[in-house]
Design a protein. Structure first.
Length: 314
């Protein structure tokens, strides 16, 4: 009887350990919305909370997908609104998925938490601490990154200057802007202001509200530093850039192109002329999702079918 009880206790302890470990592919499949509209009810229900499938710190990476995937949102977004599609999609595919809201100045607002507003150097430090937390919790050696908009650019500072190159394996970017943007001619206006000695005044007005905004402009100090030395794309990291010709925020969209033996560039419309996704819509796009899955698991890459897509999702 004592032996039976001991075996039962051992079995129960083992079962509890397995439950707590919660392998990434053990959960029930989550619904995957293919529209940006899913963000609104999600934000209302759980303001600033992690998207479905994300931030299970008991998740243990599988042999098939040994790298946890860390999601980094765009300017003015947060983890809730940016990743309602990709977080559950990746969780369903067996990945351990993690997300954060970074770059929030002051105390987060109760209804909506706009992120990415601090200078990207500061946000990169937040990302560094978060990646260390993920690696410590999962026991993984490296993470993969999936970013959107600012979430493609900010992590590059972490990778290049804060030791991230040794902790990041695959770096996948949706609507990247490695060469900045000339949106509404802002980069030219700022360059003119600098030439006239007006940049300090301009910075004094803009920076308190959005310390990262002028860093996006083509020719900014941030981008110049990032492109210095050995450039943006670091050895040992594999980069995949996914762009749309209908990007109304990254102008020109080719700013997302990179060069190097470890860099792959994908323009959605090259493979699917029926894809009309704009800048934000790429975060809910089935064609983009196919390329993301292939980038994260190139050994099992599959053909990406052409799925017609509206500007805000497939």
């Amino acid at each position: 009887m004592r032996t039976t009880k001991s075996l039962a206790a051992t079995f129960l302890a083992a079962a509890l350990a397995l439950i707590c470990a919660s392998p990434a592919n053990a959960d029930e499949e989550l619904p995957v919305p293919w529209t940006l509209a899913a963000a609104l009810p999600a934000q209302a229900a759980n303001p600033g909370g992690p998207p479905p499938g994300a931030n299970d710190f008991g998740c243990r990476p599988s042999e098939a997908h040994p790298n946890p995937v860390v999601l980094t949102h765009g300017l003015g977004a947060n983890q809730t609104v940016n990743w309602q599609t990709f977080a559950p999609l990746l969780k369903n595919q067996g990945y351990c998925v993690f997300s954060l809201t970074y770059g929030v100045p002051g105390k987060p607002l109760p209804v909506y938490q706009p992120g990415g507003l601090l200078p990207m150097e500061q946000s990169a430090k937040e990302l560094s601490a978060f990646v260390d937390k993920v690696l410590g919790a999962t026991g993984a050696a490296k993470v993969d990154l999936l970013g959107h908009s600012e979430g493609t650019l900010m992590p590059s500072y972490y990778v290049k200057f804060l030791g991230g190159a040794s902790k990041v394996d695959k770096y996948v970017s949706l609507t990247p802007l490695w060469d900045g943007t000339t949106l509404l001619g802002a980069s030219h206006l700022y360059a003119l202001a600098a030439a006239l000695g007006l940049a300090p005044g301009f910075n004094g007005i803009l920076d308190p509200a959005c310390g990262s905004c002028r860093q996006f402009l083509r020719g900014s100090e941030f981008l110049t530093k990032l492109r210095s030395g050995n450039g943006v794309f670091q050895p040992g990291v594999t980069y995949t850039n996914i762009m749309t010709r209908y990007d109304e925020a990254v102008i020109p969209y080719t700013s997302g192109m990179g060069k190097g033996p470890n860099v792959k560039n994908i323009v959605l419309q090259d493979g699917c002329v029926l894809d009309l996704a704009e800048h934000a819509g790429v975060a809910a796009d089935k064609n983009a999702a196919g390329h993301v899955l292939n980038a994260l698991d190139p050994a099992h890459a599959k053909p990406v079918p052409c799925v017609p897509a509206t500007p805000i999702g497939s």
